[in-house]
Design a protein around this ligand. Structure first.
Ligand code: ZN
Ligand code: CU
Length: 495
């Protein structure tokens, strides 16, 4: 064996009770779990007093470009994340000509030339394998990107030939190993698509497998209608459903998550494979352009939240604005907050990203306590500014603050929701569990000290309590420091 981790308390990802065991690794895979005291290995790690878990799977990431621009992915692997699912909220990596319009959202438009060339989803996944980052990457086809490619930003249903082109691009991605397709129905151009368009794509996906992941049309007063639409697409098309960042995003909607969780329970009881994901914070983060558009066009996808609760997180051309609330900025400009928002969007375009304190703690805990909830950071890997701390802190915050301190869920359940549960749902073969034959994606951490320390004021801080992280058997983090290795793989959907 190349590596034995001795005497850790093993949380195997199934959600079952932990047990003390040695874990032996050969090459990229776990070879044995149990009493390995008779075995000798090239590398011996003392896990006494620590917890050993499968590497965490971030089911909701936006790291499509970051895996090339920031290939060490320190903000993720330092949390114990060993697999990213990219392509969420309708923002896919391909076709590249359409996808590159998102580069400004990540303050990365000047770095276009540092990206390897790709056109299709297959080429994207091949590019990940050719120049791998430090973690594994699974991809969703982004409906918004596909629609933009087929018909531009048109505010109408697709014509027959346009829908055919969308279906072709989706099929290309799924055949190449993408794990499903995602929508972002508050964003351009996804907001212009009706249910039947989304259903056509889902029906077509059903023959090859893959799930439907949705940032729904409305997460506020219309949350229940939006959840109903999302479940209906999966149920009628016969595909699994993933509700992205499950929440009630404005004060008028607080408490509705009890009813949306009941809709999930009822659908599961009918046999629909529907689950959700969540980031463990009361604030969200998104494009200010999208917030403004939803207000001005009356679509109310985000609901109504006071401007004082909107913090400008990223403004690459006016970094002095960053960290200020919209009301403070408005006072500085001498205008109303709505007008200030318009000015900022005019000046920054998609580069203006806001953090919005929009949820209540009760809802965050209610969603987290429910067995349908996986963990997804929704981190925005902007190259500047003050990103929402979820980019750096999500997984440690669930394990430390919510599981250990607040006891919203048990530690073994928390580990399950970030490992075995998502691996099954996203069809990531031989991932998400500690057992012989599985890939050696592993996190050794101290359950007594693990904590997120990233804050809104100072978000770029790695969590405490993560001792070591391995990806495909190679150590990526040791004593909180990145080793510089980049052993990630592109993960293609299993069968
Ligand atoms: Zn989203
Ligand atoms: Cu997202």
């Amino acid at each position: 064996m190349d590596l034995v981790i001795r005497g850790a308390t093993v949380y195997d990802g199934t959600g079952g009770a932990p047990s003390a065991a040695d874990v032996g690794v050969t090459g990229e895979r776990i070879e044995a779990v149990g009493d390995l005291s008779a075995e000798r290995a090239g590398v011996e790690v003392d896990g006494a007093g620590l917890a050993l878990a499968p590497g965490f799977i971030d089911v909701h990431s936006h790291d499509d470009f970051a895996v090339f621009l920031l290939p060490e992915m320190d903000f993720k692997v330092a949390q114990g994340v060993t697999t990213d699912v990219v392509g969420n909220c309708g923002l896919g990596a391909a076709p590249f000509e359409s996808a590159q319009s998102y580069l400004s959202f990540f303050a990365a438009d000047r770095h276009r030339d540092s990206l390897p060339g790709w056109d299709t989803y297959g080429e994207y996944l091949d590019a990940v394998d050719a120049d791998p980052p430090s973690l594994n990457v699974a991809a969703l086809v982004g409906h918004g990107t596909v629609r933009l490619d087929a018909m531009g930003n048109e505010r109408r249903p697709p014509r027959e030939a346009e829908l055919a082109r969308m279906l072709d691009t989706l099929a290309e991605g799924l055949d190449a190993g993408c794990v499903g397709y995602s929508t972002g129905l508050v964003y351009e151009p996804g907001r212009y698509s009706a249910t039947d368009e989304l259903m056509s794509l889902a029906r077509d996906m059903a023959r090859v497998g893959g799930l439907y992941a949705s940032h729904m049309r409305n997460e506020s007063d219309g949350l229940l209608e939006a959840v109903t639409e999302t479940i209906r697409i999966g149920e009628e098309a016969g595909v699994p459903v993933q509700i992205s960042h499950h929440k009630a995003s404005s004060p008028s909607a607080w408490g509705l998550v009890k009813d949306s969780l009941a809709l999930i329970d009822a659908a599961q009881a009918r046999g629909v494979d529907v689950t959700a994901d969540q980031y463990p914070y009361r604030a969200g983060s998104t494009s200010l352009f999208a917030v403004l558009q939803n207000i001005e066009e009356g679509t109310a996808g985000f609901g109504t939240v006071a401007w004082s609760n909107h913090l400008l997180a990223s403004a690459p051309r006016h970094t002095d604005w960053e960290g200020q609330s919209l009301t403070d900025l408005a006072a500085g400009f001498g205008v109303e907050p709505l007008e200030a928002a318009r000015r900022i969007v005019d000046a920054e375009g998609e580069g203006a990203v806001v953090v919005i304190e929009s949820m209540c703690e009760d809802d965050v805990r209610t969603v987290m306590a429910h067995p349908s909830t996986m963990i997804g950071s929704d981190g925005i890997p902007t190259l500047g500014g003050k990103p929402h701390p979820r980019l750096y802190g999500t997984f440690a915050r669930v394990l430390g603050h919510y599981a250990r301190d607040v006891r919203t869920l048990s530690l073994q359940e928390a580990v399950h929701r970030m490992t075995g549960l998502p691996a099954g749902k996203f069809a990531l073969a031989h991932r998400g569990n500690i057992r012989p034959g599985a890939f050696a994606d592993l996190v050794l951490f101290d359950p007594g000290t693990i904590d997120d320390i990233a804050t809104y004021e100072s978000p770029r801080q790695h969590p405490t309590g993560i001792a070591m992280v391995w990806v495909n058997g190679t150590v990526v983090v040791r004593d909180g420091s990145h080793t510089g290795t980049r052993p990630g793989h592109a993960l293609r959907r299993a069968g």
